[in-house]
Design a protein around this ligand. Sequence first.
Ligand code: HEC
Length: 157
Amino acid sequence: MSIRIAIRTLMLSVAASIALTGAALADGPPSKAEKILAYRKALYQVIVWNVGPMGAMAQDKAPFNAPEFELRAERVAELTPMLAESYSPESKGVENSKLKPEMWGNRADFDAKLKDLVDRSAALAEVAKTGDPAKTKAAFFSMADACKACHDKYKAD
Ligand code: HEC
């Protein structure tokens, strides 16, 4: 490589890295609120991944598989208590969230709805261990009601 080309290549790469740094600075590192929101969404995504197949079995759209139901119910019961932290006040007002802002003025009601989910997912995990399809399905629908009760009031479409 001639010295002129080498210098030009070097200058181009310096220019490129300055441009990249500029872009990174403009976006900035994620704020605490953004990290909390990412954590919240990740939890819901893992929850719904496991709720989906349980829902299919509960609605007889898939054959009832007791060990699978038990495993997925256990996972969901482990995850639901982690949601509370994802609604810490530091996340208030974060962009790209579908949480209705009125939640912050109805905290006790919201927390009660979250507790319903935690309790019902724990109950489901217990019942699923029995392998009884009818009881397991009933406990599943009871948990799903807790999802819906909160979404109806606090989740924007
Ligand atoms: C106590 C209230 C509450 C309960 C209970 C609840 N959710 Fe939600 N959920 C929300 C809110 C609020 C959002 C919007 C979060 C945001 O965008 O900040 C949400 C968002 C979601 C999302 C979208 C996540 C994303 O990536 O944007 C999924 C999926 C979801 N919930 C599934 C469920 C399922 C399944 C259940 C029950 C097993 C459930 N939720 C129970 C309040 C609740």
